[in-house]
Each structure stands twice: as C-alpha cells, then as structure tokens.
Design a binder for this molecule. Structure first.
Ligand SMILES: Nc1ncnc2c1ncn2[C@@H]1O[C@H](COP(=O)(O)OP(=O)(O)OP(=O)(O)O)[C@@H](O)[C@H]1O
Ligand SMILES: C[C@@](O)(CCO)CC(=O)[O-]
Ligand SMILES: [Mg+2]
Length: 385
C-alpha cells in the first residue's frame, strides 16, 4: 500500500515577520500542493530511500546506519511532537554528509534533516521509499517548507499507530480536528529545523486551509466573504527564510522602540484586513471601496516591510511596475526576493493583466494566479500495489 499526502502552500496577506514576534498575521492557503508518497518496504530490505524530485536529489540510508547514528536518543521515540535538539541535528548532518550532499545545494540540507527527524520520530526505523514533489517554487515565500513538513507529517502519521484512518477510502480524504492538530504540531517541529524560529502560521494554514488569523501561536479561522484575486509574481531571487527572520530579530534588538511601533502598525493592518474580508459586499460600489482599502493596506504593509529590512531590489521593481497600472503590491512570506502579491480588483480587464504579466516577464519574473482558500492537508491510500 502507498500512502500519499498533499498539503497546500500559502500567501501571507498581512503580517509576515511581525507574527514571529507575537503580532497578528492573516494568511490564506493557495491551490498549489506539495505531495509526499510513502511505500513501506519489506523488513529485510533495510533501506530508507528519499527522492526529492523538485531539487533533483536522491538519498538512500541503511536502517542499520540510521539507528547507529541516532543511538544516543534511545528508542522507541516519543509519540508526542518533540523538538529536535542541536546535538541531534549534528547527528542528522552526519547522515546527510555521508551521502555527499552537493555543495551548491547545501542550503537545502535542512529539509533533509527535517525529513529524518520526522521520519524516525513518527515511524521509527521502518524501511520505505519516500517521494516528494511540489507545485510550489521552493524557497520563494509561498510556504514550501510548511507544505513539505505538513504533507510529510500527514503521510507518516497515516502509517503510524497514533492516527486511525479508514484506509479503504477512495480519493482524497481529510483528517478530523484532533488528527489535524497532531499533523500540525509535528509539522511545526519540522519547520523549526528549517526556519529556526517559525511563528507557526505557515504550517497552520497549510494544515487547516482557508483563511486564518494567527497571533502568538493561536489560530482563528476567518470567514472570507470577498472574492480575492492576486497575481503572484516570482522574482526568482533566492532567499532563505531562516536568515531573514534572524535579521529582523537582530534589527529589533538594536532598535526595540522603533521596531515595536512598526510591528504594532503591521498588526493594525492585519486586523483591518480580516475585518474587511469578512464583511459582506452589499453592492459593486461597496466591493470596489473595500478593494481599494485592501490595496492601501498592502502598500502600507509593504512600506513597513521595507523599513524592517526584508524588501529587495527585485521586489521594488515589481511594485513600481504594478504601480504603473495603478495596482497595489506587497511581498509575501519572508521577502528578500521570492514572491510578490498584486491585488487584482474585480473591475480590472484581462488585457491590463496580460500587459502587466508581459512587462514583469521582461525582467525575468514569472507571474501566475492561484486559487485562494480551499482545503488544507489531505490523504489518500493506493492499494493497487
Ligand atoms: N519540495 C521540496 N523538496 C525539497 N526540499 C524542500 C521542498 N520544499 C521545501 N523544502 C525545504 O524548505 C526550504 C525552503 O524553505 P523556506 O522557508 O526558506 O522557503 P519557503 O517556505 O518557500 O518560503 P516562506 O517560508 O517565506 O513561505 C528548502 O531549502 C528545503 O530545505
Ligand atoms: C517570515 C514569516 O513570518 C513568514 C514566512 O512565510 C516567518 C514565520 O512566520 O515563521
Ligand atoms: Mg518556509
């Protein structure tokens, strides 16, 4: 039997970075998924194979070697979500180094550590073949790390004794609330390995889907009543969430009062965002007034993100280009490159969008739209082999 789990990426509508410091963010899932498949091998196979299709890397460890390297942890492991210690990360790095990780891709190694931690913690030392592929750009602000950790945790839990699912179900099915909560908690432990200090917003929106508000580790569902449309532009400038989050924290400790004011302002923007999208448009006039307000909030949020040091020349280029078309934009996710959101109001014509996309394309950027909202993590079972 093969277990497959898929988890969506996300856009942060308002409040990235501020949310790491306990201020509110508003985020939505998008209909682009990361998919993990796990097929258990026979016990005497002694191999865990990991195929990372998006980054073109394959790994193969003998179970015996994994056990040996992690022997200091003792086993069986805890069935409740547990953090990976620094000492254990060093052991996991040994396992990855033994597979001669290419130097040019070393920034991706933390995802393999997260894999090994979640795999051994949830499933123990079972031999298996594991494959991951994603519709999300990796490391571009659309929550690829969270979708990776959520889909991996879901597939592993589906094979563990911690979750009792009906494996005879056909097609995609969802977890109940407490199972989803467990998936989310394990995914957060994986995100910690990749991000350093994640707020938890990305894994929560990937697990539960739809639009959420998130503050100090607490998620509230937001009932969006607005037909939101965003153009997502990938600047293709590589960046690393962990480093950007650390830079913001360093700036906060250098200028605590100024940063506190900025983060408070961002929180006010997030709160207004959630109020506006929950309101019911009584007519077209009301809708376009609300769209205008959201555009202004995005401009203000972007200005504040610039002031905390997470914008980038490529992001500013997208902002200026979309401004020529009177459209508001802001970076989404950690910034420093990656993706930018441009609000597409309902009145805007297809020709204008095409022109904008073409102009953005002339800088080497790639623009696309994605469905906003929608289901969180899902699971399916294939009995054909
Ligand atoms: N499909 C994937 N295959 C392998 N590794 C992945 C995949 N998706 C995510 N990762 C891991 O996640 C890391 C990227 O996470 P990072 O948090 O920097 O970016 P992001 O999650 O896309 O953006 P943001 O956190 O701003 O939303 C990669 O370096 C890799 O370790
Ligand atoms: C930059 C950040 O706020 C969002 C990344 O998508 C980090 C986090 O919340 O963990
Ligand atoms: Mg991430």
């Amino acid at each position: 039997m093969e277990v497959t789990a898929r988890a969506p990426g996300k856009i942060i509508l308002a409040g990235e970075h501020a949310v790491v410091h306990g201020y509110t963010a508003v985020a939505s899932s998008i209909d682009l998924y990361t998919v993990f498949s796990i097929r258990l091998r026979s016990e005497d196979d002694d191999i865990v194979k990991l195929k990372l299709n998006d980054i073109g890397l394959d790994f193969s460890w003998s179970v015996r070697r994994i056990k040996e390297v992690l022997s200091h942890l003792g086993s069986p492991f805890s069935s409740t979500p547990t953090s990976c210690s620094l000492e254990t990360i060093k052991s996991l790095a040994t396992l990855v180094d033994e597979q001669s990780f290419p130097e040019t891709k070393i920034g991706l190694a933390s995802g393999v550590y997260a894999f090994l931690w979640l795999y051994t913690s949830i499933l123990g030392f079972k031999p298996a073949t594991v494959t991951v592929s994603s519709e999300l750009p990796v490391g571009a602000g659309l929550g690829s790390s969270a979708a990776y950790c959520v889909s991996l945790s879901a597939a592993l839990l589906a094979l563990s004794d911690s979750v009792k699912l009906d494996v005879s179900q056909k097609g995609w099915s969802t977890f109940n609330e407490s199972e989803a909560e467990l998936v989310n908690k394990w995914a957060f432990e994986g995100e910690k390995i990749i991000h350093g200090k994640p707020s938890g917003v990305d894994n929560s929106v990937s697990t539960f889907g739809n639009v959420i508000k998130f503050k100090s580790g607490v998620m509230t569902r937001v009932n969006s009543n607005m037909p939101l449309r965003m153009l997502i532009t990938n600047t293709k400038v590589g960046r690393d969430t962990k480093a950007l989050v650390a830079n913001v924290s360093a700036r906060k400790s250098r200028h605590p009062d100024a940063m506190c004011s900025v983060l408070n302002a961002i929180e006010a923007i997030s709160d207004e965002w959630s109020t506006i999208i929950q309101s019911h448009a009584v007519d077209d006039l009301y809708l376009s007034a609300n769209e205008e307000k959201l555009g202004e909030l995005m401009e203000m949020n972007q200005g504040l993100l610039l002031s905390i040091g997470v914008s980038h020349a490529s992001i500013e280029n997208v902002l200026q280009t979309s401004m020529k078309y009177k459209l508001a934009s802001k970076l989404t996710g950690a910034g420093g490159g990656g993706c930018v959101l441009t609000l597409l109001p309902t009145h805007i014509s297809g020709e204008v969008i095409d022109k904008l996309v073409e102009e953005l394309g002339s800088f080497g950027f790639q623009s696309f739209t994605a469905g906003i909202g929608g289901k969180g993590v899902q699971i399916s079972f294939d009995h054909s082999s």
